[in-house]
Design a protein around this ligand. Sequence first.
Ligand SMILES: *[C@@H]1O[C@H](CO)[C@@H](O)[C@H](O)[C@H]1NC(C)=O
Ligand SMILES: *[C@@H]1O[C@H](CO)[C@@H](O)[C@H](O)[C@H]1NC(C)=O
Length: 188
Amino acid sequence: MAFSVSVLLVACALGGLRAQLFFAEESERKVDVLMYQLSARLEKLEREAVEAAKPPVSFAVSLVNTTEWTHRGPFNTDTTLVFQKVITNVGKGYDANTGIFTAPVGGLYFILLNGNVGSSGTLNAAVIKNGDNVFAVYDTRGTFGGVSNGMPLLLEAGDRLWVTLWANKSVFDQSRLTTFSGFLLKAA
Ligand SMILES: *[C@@H]1O[C@H](CO)[C@@H](O)[C@H](O)[C@H]1NC(C)=O
Ligand SMILES: *[C@@H]1O[C@H](CO)[C@@H](O)[C@H](O)[C@H]1NC(C)=O
């Protein structure tokens, strides 16, 4: 009788211990999960801080890479202007072979086009986004007139911008006057 009571007590004690161990393991697992989540969050914040410390995506290019006075156009068809002189290209979004800026990251960009009128005496050129005419410059005051336009644009990563010179218009540059530029104000 005394023996079976002792066995029972021992069994109860072991059962309690097992339960305690179970709960200890369980809370240890919870702490592990929490630690994992915290370190993942910390790593994300660190990555964001590193990104925020870098200069933002930006580009600035001029039409010709020479100080010689250069007129482009008039052409009898609409023509993509390939800006040759790359002054700034943080994030390498601008391609000097095609004249296309491809947004490396999505966000709000400020985009600017400055144009100087070429030999035809009329400049009309537009900033095109993925094929849509977004904004333009137009100047009929005669050769060497200067005109500019710019605006903030929401771009998605991979969106493409370029400048089209419309048929029969012309543009002038000596590496500083006709420029296309933009920079990321805030990543989305
Ligand atoms: C522009 O011209 C300079 C001097 O000739 C040259 O070093 C540079 O690579 C050229 N840049 C481009 C984008 O063609
Ligand atoms: C360009 O000029 C030519 C010759 O004057 C004319 O035939 C043509 O229609 C013009 N094109 C545009 C798009 O204005």
